[in-house]
Ligand binder design. Structure first.
Ligand code: AMP
Length: 454
């Protein structure tokens, strides 16, 4: 099956050609004709299946054959800022030979005025997180009574993040007669209820994930003392000459600290999490994709929706206490059929988490000790002196402490790309300095609603 057999407009085929896509993924092959036909859709599809193009392409196709409208015609609701930015980018990429369609990406944590200006100038496709969109609706700026197609992307994530009321309030403002497309990786009773409430005789489309982590991602665990995890990461990255590594930490502060420490080792790195301004996060992600940053350190929430083709390495600095989060994390690699590798650093107190994860995966993750990093062994002199120089060990740091570093940046002289010193975006307050470094922490907390975008 080819894209032209799906009946897509020539301008879209040209864009797909330049992207190098030769054939539709299963979700695209199933969904595109249905959406072109005007059906409501309930699709079970995870990130990595090509779901974004599965709704973006037929939507652009339908718009291309109709006259322009004064008000927005398409609304895509997404759970996170990162996903909003990525969907917006996809719409622009696939629609680049269809001039005249204006796309706006709307999310919280950034100034509202440019978004207000965009609505005033006119938008055709709105990609938004629910909170900020509601704010703009309440101000009378976002008028949604012209919406013809609604997409709920990653609906399960939106419910997980507590967006249900916001979603319902947005839906109330839309015309009753419209096309609805809902994408979700999982189908809980809550998702089914939501689907029942707002989809009209939907066609269900279900595709196996394009890659199942257990098959495509090589996984391994390294038992190691907690205090030596950072040194082990630096060792793995340098020894293996790894160029693009996504490292997960449990806390925002942990992400900053690890990023600081790796910078000290001469590794170009940046941290992204909910306390970073949106601009800093976008910049860090762009630098990472461009290869200017070798290690991107992220918390679970910040990493959601990060889509990097052929990301080769994921490291878990700590294991998540929720086994499903492990699957989401390692799913960041092994995309589009390329092999990926997921490494988990497991301290004594995390062994229980590893057992839970293996139970969920129904397979054992091979566990090997890295020579020189045996649990209970002594760190080298160099490692000790590097650790002694850590800012966290010298007490609290100022709030604007940089955590975005260039290769070779001398300690403490890194810089935050946009010079952001203001209120942290995304809520959650400042990190508590010094936390988690020297005292053993209890069971980690799940990230809560404080990180959700407004
Ligand atoms: P998604 O599931 O929408 O997050 O897409 C996952 C990745 O697959 C993205 O990086 C897309 O650029 C890529 N992709 C989407 N459709 C195709 C296709 N038909 N062929 C190859 N890659 C694709």
């Amino acid at each position: 099956m080819s894209f032209s057999e799906l009946g897509l407009a020539p301008e879209l085929l040209r864009a797909l050609d330049s992207e190098g896509y030769t054939q539709p993924t299963p979700i695209q092959a199933k969904a595109i004709p249905l959406v072109i036909g005007g059906q409501d859709l309930l699709a079970a599809a995870q990130t990595g299946t090509g779901k974004t193009a599965a709704f973006t392409l037929p939507i652009l196709h339908r718009m291309s054959s109709t006259a322009p409208r004064p008000l927005p015609r398409v609304l895509v609701l997404v759970p996170t800022r990162e996903l909003a930015a990525q969907v917006g980018e996809s719409v622009r990429t696939y629609g680049r030979h269809l001039p005249g369609f204006r796309t706006a990406v709307i999310f919280g944590g950034v100034g509202m005025n440019p978004q207000i200006d965009q609505f005033r100038r006119g938008i055709d496709i709105v990609v938004a997180t629910p909170g900020r969109l509601l704010d703009l609706m309440q101000q009378g700026v976002a008028k949604l009574n012209g919406i013809e197609t609604l997409v709920l992307d990653e609906a399960d994530r939106m419910l997980d993040m507590g967006f249900i009321h916001d979603i319902k309030r947005v839906l109330k403002a839309l015309p009753a007669k419209r096309q609805n497309l809902m994408f979700s990786a999982t189908f809980s009773p809550e998702i089914r209820e939501l689907a029942q409430q707002f989809l009209h005789q939907p066609v269900s489309v279900d595709v196996a994930p394009r890659n199942t982590p257990a098959e495509l991602v090589a996984q391994r665990a390294h038992p190691v003392d907690k205090a030596r995890k950072t040194a082990l990461i630096a060792h793995l990255v340098k020894q293996g000459d790894w160029k693009q590594v996504l490292v997960f930490t449990r806390t925002k502060h942990g992400a900053n600290r690890l990023s600081d420490q790796l910078a000290r080792e001469g590794i170009a790195t940046a941290a992204i999490h909910g306390n970073k301004s949106q601009n800093a996060r976008t910049k860090a992600l762009a630098d990472f994709k461009a290869g200017d940053i070798r290690v991107l350190v992220a918390t679970d929430i910040a990493a959601r929706g990060i889509d990097i083709d052929q990301l080769p390495h994921v490291i878990n600095h700590e294991l998540p206490n929720v086994p499903e989060d492990y699957v989401h994390r390692i799913g960041r690699t092994g995309r589009a059929g390329s092999p990926g590798e997921a490494v988990s650093l497991v301290s004594g107190e995390e062994r229980e988490y590893l057992r839970d994860i293996q139970k969920l995966l129904k397979r054992e993750i091979p566990s090997t000790v890295v020579p020189g990093f045996e649990p209970g062994s002594q760190p080298s002199e160099a490692e000790l002196s590097s650790r002694a120089a850590q800012p966290a060990d010298r007490g609290p740091r100022p709030a604007q402490q940089p955590s975005h570093h260039r290769r070779g940046a001398s300690p403490g002289q890194g810089h935050n790309h946009n010079g952001h010193r203001g209120k942290p975006a995304g809520g959650g307050g400042q990190p508590r300095h010094g936390q988690g470094a020297r005292k053993p922490s209890g069971r980690p907390q799940r990230h809560g609603a404080s990180n959700r975008p407004r």
